[in-house]
Design a protein around this ligand. Structure first.
Ligand code: NAD
Ligand code: DAU
Length: 331
């Protein structure tokens, strides 16, 4: 089986490629990645001899057409993925998330290739802090940020291409991932690398916002379940019952580092900051038989801390520039 993985040098994509190569010797992987600031070819080093990396953009129609034509399956991770960046400059989000997904959809349509679209729970907007409500596949789309609105638009295109052109596609909307190879602009690795440097963690606003954390390997295992057992045209929500407030995450990290529980700073809140995400993943669990392996968040976080401690060479080069960007917005 020939699989084209877009965004395979990014956080979730690189973990997907590594897991796939480890667990599925029958699969031949080609990665298409533009190597933006978020992509890193060294994230593929452990499997470099088994993977072809093509450096290019998903908006390059002739390149996409050729690579899709040589594939049996496309797993589409490539995106501009960071909400804060989308507030500073939405334009690359429109190009990659909308135009790039359109370019891929036209190619899979021409070549009749199976497509799996990776998306986010943020397309559903947010939930009140104190409610039992969770997102389901029937929740109406209500995105808040430029990032999530472009992801919502890309999901809707996938649905339309299934219905209008019989494209064989599935969609998954996952909650917040953590684990190795995540860019240090994101919440958890930013605080871990701050703590390694002896800097206090930084909480947006009061820190009461809730995210539904899932380990990246559990996300990717769910993606393979959907590819192998999912129904064409369906949307599957991926989550591991990991609801935790940002304040609790920071306090857990401070505990792992042996620091005082109040050793953090409150900084300027994110504009339009979504309050709470929570996933009802029962379709995935009951219909496809998936369940997460990482069920103890503190243990998963401690393993992630160890990974960043042991892989300083992977992240150190980006640290100063990432913090300079945050300093400019008071965060
Ligand atoms: P990331 O920012 O770490 O990686 C994105 C990758 O896409 C990078 O390697 C980058 O170089 C590449 N890329 C960007 N623009 C490109 C283009 N025009 N052409 C080709 N490659 C391009 O992102 P991530 O956190 O790994 O997210 C991957 C996917 O999963 C995204 O679609 C995101 O919306 C979705 N998602 C992420 C999370 C999360 O918690 N991180 C949760 C749910 C869904
Ligand atoms: O829910 C899935 C989404 O999760 C994905 O679609 C996105 O690609 C991914 O980036 C993530 O979005 P968030 O905006 O939730 O993640 P982020 O890591 O940026 O922030 C997580 C929470 O932590 C959020 O409430 C903002 C807060 N935060 C973030 C940073 C960087 C802080 O309090 N301090 C920080 O320094």
């Amino acid at each position: 089986m020939r699989v084209l993985v877009t965004g395979g040098a990014g956080f979730i994509g690189a973990n997907f490629v590594q897991q796939t190569v480890r667990e599925r010797p029958e699969v031949r992987v080609t990665v298409l990645d533009a190597l933006t600031y978020a992509g890193d070819r060294t994230s593929l080093d452990p499997v470099a001899d088994r993977v072809e990396l093509v450096v290019g953009s998903i908006t390059d129609a002739p390149l996409v057409d050729r690579l899709v034509g040589e594939s049996d399956l496309v797993v589409h991770f490539a995106a501009e993925s960071h909400n804060d960046n989308s507030l500073n400059d939405p334009s690359p989000f429109v190009q990659t998330n909308l135009v790039g997904t359109f370019t891929l959809l036209e190619a899979v349509r021409r070549h009749g290739v199976r497509f799996h679209h990776i998306s986010t729970d943020e397309v559903y907007g947010d939930l009140p802090l104190d409610s039992p409500e969770r997102f389901t596949p029937e929740t109406p789309y209500n995105p808040s940020s430029p990032y999530s609105s472009t992801k919502a638009g890309s999901d809707l295109m996938v649905r339309a291409w299934v219905r209008s052109f019989d494209v064989r596609a599935t969609i998954s909307n996952c909650s917040n991932n953590y684990g190795p190879y995540q860019h240090i602009e994101k919440f958890i690795p930013r605080q871990i690398t701050n703590l390694i440097d002896g800097v206090r963690p930084r909480l947006y606003g009061a820190g009461l916002n809730v995210r539904d954390w899932i380990h990246v390997e559990d996300h990717n295992a769910a993606v393979w379940s959907i590819i192998e057992k999912g129904t064409i045209g369906e949307t599957y929500l991926i989550g591991a019952d990991g609801e935790t407030s940002n304040l609790e995450v920071v306090r857990t990290l401070l505990g792992i580092f042996g620091r005082d529980a109040d050793d953090f700073d409150h900084v300027t809140d994110r504009a339009g900051h979504d309050l709470r995400y929570a996933i009802d993943a029962s379709r995935l669990r009951t219909e496809l038989g998936w369940s997460p392996s990482y069920t103890d968040f503190r243990e998963g976080l401690a393993a992630t801390v160890d990974w960043y401690r042991e892989h300083e060479a992977w992240w150190r080069g980006a640290k100063a520039a990432t913090e300079a960007k945050y300093a400019a917005t008071g965060q």
